[in-house]
Design a protein around this ligand. Structure first.
Ligand SMILES: C[S@@+](CC[C@H](N)C(=O)[O-])C[C@H]1O[C@@H](n2cnc3c(N)ncnc32)[C@H](O)[C@@H]1O
Length: 257
């Protein structure tokens, strides 16, 4: 999910009344250890729960917490425009609240980090006079800082969506850490990656090696969704003749220097 255009005011607790209420929560990346007590309570208290998660354990946990939970995965379609899907998700999150019910939207990671449907739903709810709030959670970015030992306070941090970065070519400080999310969907408008991702990712790596240097190390990083498993950390120089192709869960990082 791409980033939002505006923020949401988390200091607006929902009160269940005639107009219903919406609470948006995240599972963290590892639901077993990162689901917060606040998120769990919101899922349990809701009349209806809709979720978009990346692994089956998270889906099972949410359904165990609330029998009125359902996945919105079926809204994705291979050739279907992703932004249309995000709009449908936001509307699905809102529907129970419009009927006067307590609606809970659950996204993996932090719901507001590259979580456009969550932000849109909160903004629309408030515009319609429905009480809405978003709870913070552990994002992939948080896991990356911990697993790769990177402190954004040391060198600074740039964080972009990979397609946005490739197209807009923003000015960057080469000494700061760069994090690009969604490299496994680079250039894709639909709901699933196509074989064209590999070529576009190679072009991205070439673009980066022009800005940094061929010797600069890049990392394809995937946090583990399970407590017993280690993260996947694939290091390669930007000048590598055959850079790896990212999968859907990977994040590209160039650590600061
Ligand atoms: C739509 S965004 C969702 C981000 C999520 N809301 C969060 O808080 O991390 C999807 C992107 O997040 C990153 N991501 C998701 N799961 C990840 C994981 N397990 N490890 C590393 N990055 C991950 C990848 O860059 C992926 O393309």
């Amino acid at each position: 999910m791409s980033g939002p255009t505006g923020g949401t005011d988390a200091a607006d607790p929902p009160e269940h009344g005639a107009t219903g209420a919406l609470t948006v929560v995240g599972t963290g990346i590892d639901v077993t250890t990162q689901l917060t007590p606040g998120a769990q309570a919101a899922i349990e208290a809701a009349d209806e729960v809709m979720y978009i998660v990346a692994d089956p354990v998270a889906a099972l946990r949410i359904e165990a917490l609330n029998p009125n939970a359902r996945s919105l995965d079926s809204l994705y379609g291979a050739g279907k425009d992703r932004h249309g899907t995000y709009d449908e998700m936001a509307e699905a999150f809102l529907e129970p609240a419009r009927k006067g019910l307590r609606s809970c939207a659950v996204l993996y990671g932090h719901p507001g980090v590259f979580g456009l449907p969550a932000h849109v739903a909160v903004q629309r709810a408030r515009a319609e006079g429905i009480s809405a709030r978003m709870l913070p959670a552990v994002s992939a970015l948080d896991c990356l800082f911990a697993d790769l030992g990177i402190d954004p306070g040391s060198t600074g941090l740039h964080c972009y969506e990979a397609t946005h970065f490739q197209r807009r070519r923003p000015a960057i400080d080469v000494d700061a850490t760069l994090v690009l999310l969604q490299p496994g969907m680079i250039g894709e408008l639909g709901g699933e990656p196509t074989p064209a991702v590999a070529g576009r990712f190679r072009q991205l790596v070439e673009q980066l090696s022009d800005v940094y240097s061929e010797a600069r190390e890049a990392v394809l990083y995937t946090a583990s969704p399970y407590p017993a498993a280690r993260p996947a950390v694939l290091r390669f120089p930007l000048g590598a003749p055959e850079p790896p192709t990212p999968d859907l869960a990977a994040t590209l990082c160039i650590p600061g220097s």
